[in-house]
Design a protein around this ligand. Structure first.
Ligand code: SRM
Ligand code: SF4
Length: 565
């Protein structure tokens, strides 16, 4: 552990009375619409971020008004599974009680409600509770919503893998009763009686992310996660997991002590060791992570500081396990198969393409209402994908036509969406994200239209490369695992990365710094022209860019990530 002064977040977590702080007092304060002091941070552990609408911030300042404070609330959905009844409850709240009237499916299989005013916060938690949901630990220095490969048709392993995602999520949750007390008027529990046996009294040094993945699909992007369990099956039966530790994507432009990092492979474990290993990785990071400098606090930096082998041995000791040799596995893809497919169970599943996961009603595409109409008649469940899409899962043959008709009527099935658009992702960014430096979600439609034209012009309309745009170097849009990634630097300007691969196992190289979109598109046009002319059959764009030497691959991001080429 570092001997430097602890960061202020450590003080506030330690003094928070297991995440209670004075949130209740702040909630009752009518003078401000926001949360102040430590509570601004503490509400994150309860799944909320304080925000304001950045489009109107300056105007309110001029009027000498405080920013229009609202919270964004993130609902915990391990593996992204939600029932139609739960969906309808959230949908109704989004329409009647939020400033934006939208539901945002995130790339970690959660839903976000933006624009919840202070007086609506308690009601939304109570509503979630009646729906059997909560927003615990979807933010803050804890283990977040646990991901699970979302496609139910690919493999019989899915249900087993999902069960583990849920178990891991529950096992690693904070034990404090604070959530129930503050938001649900739950019974008061003496803090001294509570034991945070896994997370500890000061919780983790930084956010912690876990995924369960079913190869060959890598929709969860294992290399974005602190801890990944790679499902290994034998004749349709899950027998254990390969364990990967220390992935993460955020960096600060120009600061070489920060970098995206691929996860390290620890080895194979049998199922009975899963929770012990999850707990041991978390507790090792809890005890060894940097609590002085939050920029170097994630598991990926702990691993590089102490050494992968030392970290791994500590996990073996704590979990009383010896990692066996990795079982063979390979990833081949990350995207969702949009449209209908028949599952191994004989049921039908419809994957709906949701642009940037944003369910909102516009005149030509009332997507949010369409989802609600489907929820009213659907008897299976919904599965949110790490690509921000929604799967209507478990539709019996006799309901296929009805659901298909609704989806088409409301614009949820749109045959004009190109393969390239389906392979593209943006983070939320403006107007709600306080950290945004450049637009992402709101500019993706226009950028996608331009890229579609480029692909068409070069005869590649049926091909695609993984394109991702993210409004700042925190990298929520996972541009650091894209074949082509844009990272916001300032309004209208982006750093341009090339050379990741389609499977998500290579970090792209910084190619050009601080360019306007138009210049990036002009360069992309030239590169795609070469790809069309010189690419091998089926060669992915990122692999082509590396093969012809457009950029050198990032081999060890600790050393070579910040080099521009
Ligand atoms: Fe993220 C912070 C949105 C996935 C790395 N992220 C934020 C905040 C909460 C801004 C803030 O701190 O005030 C953004 C809220 C915007 C808004 O208005 O909604 C935000 N992150 C998102 C979402 C909604 C993007 C999306 O378009 O889907 C994703 C929510 C996932 C979820 O359901 O939990 C989201 N964020 C990611 C990912 C991708 C992933 O995990 O697969 C990353 C990169 C992977 C990683 O963690 O390394 C990511 N978000 C960050 C970071 C940088 C963390 C770091 O290591 O330094 C921040 C800032 C921070 O934590 O200080 C951040
Ligand atoms: Fe906000 Fe930056 Fe994350 Fe985009 S990448 S949502 S701009 S924090």
């Amino acid at each position: 552990m570092s001997k430097e002064k602890l960061s202020d977040n450590e003080r506030l977590k330690g003094q928070s009375k297991h995440l209670r702080g004075t949130i209740s007092e702040d909630l009752a304060n009518p003078i401000t619409g926001g949360f102040e002091g430590d509570n601004f941070q503490l509400i994150r552990f309860h799944g909320m971020y304080q925000q304001d609408d950045r489009d109107i911030r300056a105007q309110r300042q001029k009027q000498k008004l405080e920013p229009l404070h609202t919270v964004m609330l993130r609902v915990r959905l391990p593996g992204g599974i939600i029932t139609p009844k739960q969906w309808l409850g959230i949908d109704e709240f989004a329409s009647s009680h939020t400033e934006y009237g939208s539901i945002r499916v995130t790339n970690r299989q959660a839903v976000q409600l933006h624009g919840v005013l202070k007086h609506n916060i308690k009601p939304v938690h109570k509503l979630l509770n009646t729906l059997g949901l909560d927003s615990r630990a979807t933010a803050g220095d804890v283990n977040r919503n646990v991901l699970c490969t979302s496609n139910p048709v690919e493999s019989a392993l899915h249900q087993q893998a999902y069960d583990w995602a849920k178990k891991i999520s529950e096992h690693l949750l904070p034990k404090t009763n604070a959530y129930a007390e503050v938001w649900l008027d739950g019974e008061k529990v003496a803090v001294e009686e509570e034991q945070e046996t896994i997370l500890g009294g000061s919780y983790l040094p930084r956010k912690f992310k876990t995924a369960v993945v079913i190869p060959p699909q890598n929709d969860v992007d294992v290399h974005a996660n602190d801890l990944s369990f790679v499902a290994i099956g034998d004749n349709g039966k899950l027998i254990g997991f390969n364990v990967l530790v220390g992935g993460g994507l955020a960096m600060t432009q120009g600061d070489v002590s920060t970098y995206p990092r691929k996860a390290s492979e620890f080895g194979f474990i049998t199922l009975d060791k899963t929770l012990a290993v999850a707990e041991a990785v978390v507790s090792t990071q809890r005890d060894w992570g940097n609590r002085s400098n939050r920029k170097n606090a994630k598991t990926k930096y702990t691993l590089d500081r102490v050494g992968v082998d030392v970290f791994k041995q500590e996990v073996e000791k704590r979990a009383n396990v010896t990692f066996a040799a990795l079982k063979p596995y390979a990833f081949t893809a990350r995207g969702d198969r949009i449209g209908w497919v028949e599952g191994v169970d004989g049921d039908h599943h419809l994957t709906l393409f949701i642009p940037s996961g944003r369910l909102i009603d516009t005149e030509d595409k009332p997507l949010k209402s369409g989802m609600a109409e489907i929820a009213k008649v659907h008897q299976g469940d919904f599965r949110l994908s790490p690509n921000q899409n929604v799967i209507v899962a478990g539709v019996p043959q006799d309901k296929v036509e009805m659901i298909d008709t609704i989806a088409r009527e409301y614009g949820l099935i749109d045959p004009s969406v190109t393969e390239q658009r389906k392979a593209s992702m943006a983070c939320v960014s403006f107007p709600t994200c306080p950290l945004a430096m450049a637009e992402a979600e709101r500019v993706l439609p226009d950028i996608s239209a331009s890229i579609d034209n480029i692909m068409l012009k070069h005869g590649l309309a049926d091909r695609a490369f993984v394109f991702r745009i993210t409004g700042c170097p925190n990298g929520c849009g996972r541009a650091m695992l894209a074949e082509v990634g844009l990272v916001g630097r300032a309004v209208g300007r982006y750093d341009f990365y090339i050379g990741g691969n389609a499977e998500g196992t290579r970090i792209p190289r910084l190619h050009q710094v601080n360019l306007p979109i138009e210049e990036i598109l002009t360069m992309l046009d030239q590169y795609v022209a070469r790809w069309a002319a010189e690419g091998e059959p089926d060669e992915a764009f990122g692999d082509f860019a590396i093969r012809i030497g457009l950029v050198r691959p990032v081999l060890n991001s600790t050393i070579d990530f910040h080099l521009v080429e």
